[in-house]
Design a protein around this ligand. Structure first.
Ligand code: FES
Ligand code: FES
Length: 153
């Protein structure tokens, strides 16, 4: 199997996997970074969202072989201590229910807020609409993104 060197959460990690292995599998099965979740596997739910060069990306659809020269950030790498402003806002609003979708939600929200420091409600809804929550925590997610925006501005 080919070897791939990946920059994940600021560290170089080496994995030997088939070239068409999705990043999500590499994260969870090879590197034990299990904060990123498997939901649909077909880019429809957002549970597997990570940042690639700062852009929210669905890791279930990213082949490992094209990730040589990029920076990958997972929920484990968002902050050292779980105190990123978006994580703090999530705690303040007590967003999660079962929690399964929430790492993906936080990664999507963070990438969005890095680009838009003062979003409108409509922009927040647009940014978050592709991340599915089976527990329907959408109202709390929206509130938390607003709180996070204040913390980050
Ligand atoms: S698991 Fe990747 S979008 Fe659903
Ligand atoms: S909190 Fe349960 S799926 Fe979102």
């Amino acid at each position: 199997m080919p070897n791939y060197n990946l920059n994940i959460n600021g560290k170089m990690r080496s994995v030997s996997v088939d070239e068409d292995t999705p990043l999500l599998w590499v994260l969870r099965d090879e590197l034990n970074l299990v904060g990123t979740k498997f939901g649909c596997g077909i880019a429809q739910c957002g549970a597997c969202t990570v940042h690639i060069d700062g852009v929210a990306t669905r890791s279930c659809q990213m082949q490992v072989s094209i990730l040589d020269d990029v920076k990958i950030t997972t929920i484990e790498g968002l902050s050292n201590d779980g105190k990123h402003p978006v994580q703090e806002a999530w705690k303040e609003i007590d967003v999660p229910q079962c929690g399964y979708c929430q790492a993906g939600q936080i990664m999507t929200a963070t990438a969005f807020l890095n680009e838009n420091k003062n979003p409108s409600e409509e922009e927040i809804r647009q940014a978050m609409h592709g991340n599915i929550c089976r527990c329907a925590s959408y109202n709390r997610i929206e509130k938390a993104v607003k709180v996070a925006a204040k913390k980050m501005s």
